[in-house]
Design a protein around this ligand. Sequence first.
Ligand SMILES: [Zn+2]
Length: 338
Amino acid sequence: MRGTVLYGTGDIRFEDTPEPKITKPTDAIIRLAATCVCGSDLWSYRGISPVNQPTPMGHEYCGIVEEVGSGVKTVKPGQFVIGSFFASDNTCPHCNFGYQSSCQQREFVGGAQAPLLRVPLAEGTLVPTPGVPAKEMIPNLLAASDVLGTGWFAADAANVRPGMTVAVVGDGAVGLLAVLSARQMGAERIIAMSRHEKRQKLALEFGATDIVTERGDEGVVRIKDLTKGLGADAVLECVGTQESMMQAIRSTRPGGYVSYVGVPHGVELRGDELFFSHVHLHGGPAPVRRFLPKLIDLVWTEKIHPGKVFDLALPLDQVAEGYRAMDERRAIKAILQP
Ligand SMILES: [Zn+2]
């Protein structure tokens, strides 16, 4: 088959790669209905995270189970399934607490920008949909694999409750879906921070009530202005830079909640500022598996349409253009059709 491999900064290739095989009895092979390029793929593509060897790319996936290992009973060939970027057994203590992305057996799932994918710990990782979806529903289901699951965790980790004022830092696909998630959880006011017209529009469609275009300390001042000088009840940090993290902490009222789901790059927190901020901090790699049954239900019953974040659709063999378009911020998120 042909799959996507990153060789170094800006060097993404679609080339002959070995077909994945069952290597453990707990594995499944799935045939992808669609896959996509993640904002976190761009860290390696831009050379900010080093690429030491040719690396198969892609960790967002949904599709039909093609084959299962001898130990897999509850997932069956022919089922349409969704999984997330960390495979998990869904039975260990961390999984039972709802932190499947810290599973004692966790394994990163890579190589999904390809027609076929091996998923370890298939029974714990994969969640079947109620049936084989219509073609139009596939982008919405694919979004649940990572961006929606991560945006949902951002809202969950920031303790979003009905009536709250929520601010979202970051207007990438995760930030936009964090807006949608906060809306679903009943936030009354949702302030989206974006200076990009197309993204502002989508944020409003997903439930944002206010748009703030200022960044950094000016952004903090605007949030304070909008909240009677208090700060927001919850701030969802969906970028991962020093500026975005400090903006999130400083925009939160004392006693409020900051979640952080952007992979941090060069973020350092000062103990004294943290001490006097009086905020709750919670984040990390989203335990998407915890949310998948709920998210699949919301998509299946057409209560949400998270696939709207895909504003560029390409055949899989044009994956390099997907990376370029996202790198240059011409596209919010590229969906790839094998
Ligand atoms: Zn586990």
